[in-house]
Write a new protein. Structure first.
Length: 454
């Protein structure tokens, strides 16, 4: 902005000086033209005839003129053999050294070959125009001279330039102050982002940037906060994975170590120990696989939706579930529509619900599988005829490693991750998993997907 204001001041000065030069040139040309016209057509008022004496011509003309404050109108008449020209009707002017008092300058103007010019003197510059006059018969020459002193014009231009520079300086200071304040307010969120980023640690990811306004900086703060949310969820999932793995794997590892330490040389005892160790290793393998699956549920590519016919998907789940145990499997209803979902993940969730129903029912008991559609909502469900779920257990059974306070059956030996996996799959689809009462006893788990595409 300083460069722009300086450029404006310099350009304005150049324009003002150019206008002053044009005005001076016009004034010189006007005065010279008026004298030339008077010389050509004027008559001596004393005789009524054209002028024959240059001095008389100059005297009469100058008596009728009124010069501007910085202007001199003078007549010069040559005096052969007697030094410089003599002056006719000079007028005092408020300048350090007028032309009519500067003999050397007067002589230089009179003897100059041109009709206009600029005279540079230590006492000040003079712009002049000259009209030569000669009396009939070859008498001594004379000249009408218009001299203009541009010093005051230049002083006025300089004064305007100084005022403009002063105003520009004040404007620059004000703009700098306002810009400093505005830039500080604009960059405050950026500084907060930098400070928050410097203070972030793996143990503390709770800091957030205050969002004010709706501009790009506010959008940056929102983006940074969203990134922190994702980081916090990722670290929380990592810590939960480690805690869950350590908590759930500690028991089978202890069992394995204890049996191996106590194992004797008896072949039957060794065979039993190997069987127990293998069973515990299989259990740990399933726990690790389930934990890895839950950890992947936080990733955006956990599900890959595609158009799926719900009727075919429900029938496929029914066929796979029938192999889980000897139960009275029933396919009660199917939704005849198309939905946008990940068929593999939904099948995995439904089979897990069927496995859960098998663990809490006895052979021959009924397990119903079905799907239905209601507007933009799609529901897939698994209903069993077991003992059901107590009300106090309904809020915890979908959490990791949590089971009901009273088991519905004696066959369940899982780690408490199955329903957590089902909930993760439902939430990855933007849906939810719920528990409803079953008519006649039992539990009905419903997987609800909103805004399914038809």
């Amino acid at each position: 902005m300083a460069v722009a204001l300086a450029s404006v001041a310099v350009t304005t000065r150049s324009i003002l000086l150019r206008d002053a030069d044009r005005r001076v040139d016009g004034l010189l040309a006007q005065e010279a033209g008026e004298f030339a016209h008077f010389e050509e057509r004027g008559v001596d008022p004393a005789t009524g005839r054209p002028f024959t004496d240059p001095a008389r011509l100059l005297h009469v003309f100058l008596e009728r003129q009124y010069a501007d404050p910085e202007e001199e109108l003078i007549g010069l008449v040559a005096r052969p053999g007697r030094g410089p020209a003599q002056l006719i009707q000079p007028r005092d002017i408020d300048v350090p050294l007028p032309l009519h008092k500067d003999a050397d300058a007067r002589r230089r103007v009179f003897e100059a070959p041109g009709s206009t010019g600029t005279l540079h003197r230590p006492s000040g510059e003079i712009r002049w125009a000259k009209v030569a006059v000669a009396r009939v018969g070859g008498d001594p020459e004379a000249a009408f001279v218009v001299a203009f002193h541009p010093g005051r014009e230049q002083d006025r231009v300089d004064e305007v330039t100084r005022i403009l520079l002063a105003i520009s300086g004040v404007a620059l200071l004000l703009t700098t102050g306002i810009g400093w304040v505005v830039a500080g307010r604009i960059l405050r969120p950026v500084r907060l982002v930098r400070t928050a980023a410097a203070q972030l640690t793996e143990q503390d990811l709770t800091r957030r940037i205050p969002v004010r306004g709706r501009d790009d900086v506010a959008a940056l703060a929102e983006t940074f906060n969203a990134m922190l949310d994702r980081l916090e969820r990722a670290f929380a999932a990592q810590r939960q994975f480690v805690d869950d793995a350590g908590h759930e794997l500690r028991t089978p590892i202890t069992i394995v170590r204890g049996h191996l330490e106590l194992m004797g040389d008896d072949p039957a005892e060794r065979e039993e120990t190997v069987r127990l160790v293998t069973d515990q290793l299989d259990r740990m393998s399933r726990i690790v696989e389930d934990l890895l699956l839950l950890a992947k549920a936080e990733r955006p590519d956990f599900v890959t939706p595609e158009p799926v016919q719900l009727a075919e998907l429900t029938a496929d789940v029914y066929v796979k579930a029938r192999t889980l145990g000897e139960r009275d499997w029933q396919l009660t209803e199917v939704a005849d529509r198309e939905a946008e979902l990940d068929p593999q993940r939904i099948t995995q969730a439904m089979v897990q619900l069927a496995q859960n129903a098998v663990q809490h029912t006895a052979p021959g008991q009924t397990i119903r599988i079905g799907s239905r559609a209601d507007g933009t909502r799609v529901e897939l469900y698994v209903a069993d005829s077991g003992p059901g779920v107590r009300p106090q257990d309904a809020g915890v059974i979908f959490e990791r490693f949590r089971r009901g306070t009273a088991r519905r059956g004696a066959r369940g030996s899982g780690a408490g991750l199955g329903l957590s996996i089902v909930r993760a799959i439902a939430e990855a689809h933007g849906g939810r998993i719920g528990l409803r009462e079953t008519e006649g006893g039992g539990a009905t788990f419903v997987l609800t997907l909103e805004e399914a595409r038809t």
